[in-house]
Unconditional design. Structure first.
Length: 115
């Protein structure tokens, strides 16, 4: 097994993102993956069969949650969307988020349940 001997720059990863909602994998840790994404506008409603952690890196965005008030995140804020809860991130201006989830987590949610 090879070991990574270099630090990963989140700023460099953000600068290299090709566009809104396109994720970049930063690190694998045990049974989870750390991803970064740029948010701009509204992402489609979806849900996952596992929890999803959102950490706002910069900017501000809101997580709209089905049948619950939205949660607004600013730089340094963390929120966990519980498994099965329909949600969507919405950013009025570009923001960046770190996501902690399982490697197999589908970006657009579980296909049989996404709309």
């Amino acid at each position: 097994m090879s070991e990574n001997t270099r630090a990963t720059s989140i700023a460099d990863a953000i600068a290299g993102l090709p566009g809104p909602f396109q994720q970049h994998e930063l690190a694998l840790v045990n049974d989870t993956v750390l991803r970064v994404a740029r948010l701009a506008g509204a992402f489609p409603w979806h849900h996952h069969d596992e929890d999803e952690l959102f950490l706002c890196w910069d900017g501000t965005f809101r997580l709209e949650l089905e049948n619950r008030p939205p949660v607004v995140l600013a730089a340094g804020d963390v929120f966990v969307v519980p498994k099965g809860l329909r949600h969507r991130p919405v950013a009025e201006a570009p923001a960046h988020v770190l996501l902690v989830e399982r490697p197999e987590t589908e970006q657009y949610g579980n296909p049989r349940h996404a709309d």
